[in-house]
Design a protein around this ligand. Structure first.
Ligand code: AMP
Length: 308
């Protein structure tokens, strides 16, 4: 079985959407990545940190999904990373109201012994120095290093972010962040500029408008499944990253052709994530529902056209 090493926040989220609001619920980039990746045949471990206020039932959720949390540090007396966000009416954009780094501010990550040689590394959203430290602890270069980030780190730690971007193979980023990182409005030009920063593959997520995968002169597009109801987009990007990295680890094939399938799997899982608040939908998700929706995905873009 392939090994997937996951880094990212494990968090409390408070979310407000046009449909309602939550108090502190389970969130965080690594949480969504781990839950999505656990739908595949992979061994995975999360490197992250929480405070003493983090409930045991959430820890049990990870272990029940066979996710190794031996390197999920619990800081005595510390407070868990906290994020509060409010979505606009179109649900495609949001304002961050609070980002309390708390225990994340002084976190020194330790890669578990059994994961110093993983097949794939998924560097989820958190401080770029932590992402870099995880790469530095690996015994040899993994088959693939994927990185996800967000505007917060571009605003506060751009130099550190550019340093880690040099070291990775694939970046997954949303359209606004790609524009912020490169200063280019055209996503094609933005992807080309990101190639110059280091990554060979660039995935640009466009929310309900799907995702683009760029590699050299090639580009692949996957739509997002049109859904009757979108309830809370939080974690969709991370769920995409978990599906993408989980599928590539499971299939042990990092060709561009297989990455196209990984984009579809990531998009498919993200379509479930947005149907309920937080992790609610991902927790009870069944294999048969995932397969059913994959068929819908295929039908959505399949057509027969005769070309000369
Ligand atoms: P997404 O909707 O995929 O962009 O991810 C939302 C998740 O990212 C939430 O569960 C938050 O806890 C987490 N998050 C928000 N801000 C940050 C940040 N600056 N660094 C890392 N994770 C964050």
């Amino acid at each position: 079985m392939g090994k997937l090493l996951i880094v990212g926040t494990v968090a409390f989220d408070a979310i407000e959407t046009p449909f309602g609001k939550t108090d502190k619920i389970l969130g965080g980039a690594a949480t969504f990545i781990g839950l999505a990746a656990s739908q595949f045949d992979v061994d995975s471990a999360i490197v992250s940190v929480v405070g003493e206020d983090f409930p045991k039932e959430y820890l049990d959720l990870f272990t029940s999904r066979n996710i190794d949390i031996s390197s999920l540090e619990i800081v005595e007396g510390g407070k868990t990373f906290y994020w509060k966000g409010k979505y606009h009416n179109d649900l495609n954009s949001r304002d961050t109201l609070v980002t309390d780094l708390n225990v994340l501010a002084n976190f020194d990550p330790v890669v578990p012994k059994g994961y110093k040689n993983p097949d794939v590394v998924m560097l989820g959203n958190l401080h770029p120095n932590i992402q870099l430290s995880v790469i530095d602890q690996l015994e040899k270069r993994p088959k693939l290093i994927i990185l996800d980030t967000m505007n917060f780190w571009m605003d506060h730690t751009l130099d550190e972010l550019l340093t880690v971007i040099k070291e990775i193979d694939v970046i997954t980023i949303n359209d606004e962040e790609a524009r912020q990182l490169t200063g280019e409005y055209s996503l094609v030009k933005a992807a080309q500029k990101i190639f110059e920063m280091g990554p060979k593959y660039v995935v640009i997520k466009k929310g309900e408008h799907g995702a683009l995968l760029f590699h050299e002169d090639e580009v692949f597009f996957a739509p997002a499944l049109p859904l009757k109801e979108v309830f809370d987009p939080t974690g969709a990007g991370d769920t995409f990253a978990g599906g993408f990295s989980g599928y590539l680890t499971d299939t042990n094939d990092i060709s561009f052709e297989n990455m196209k399938n990984a984009v579809i799997h990531g998009s498919n899982l993200a379509s479930f994530c947005v149907e309920r608040f937080g992790t609610e939908r991902m927790v009870g998700l069944k294999r048969k529902d995932i397969m059913k929706r994959l068929h819908q995905f295929k039908a959505l873009t399949q057509f027969d056209i005769e070309l000369q």
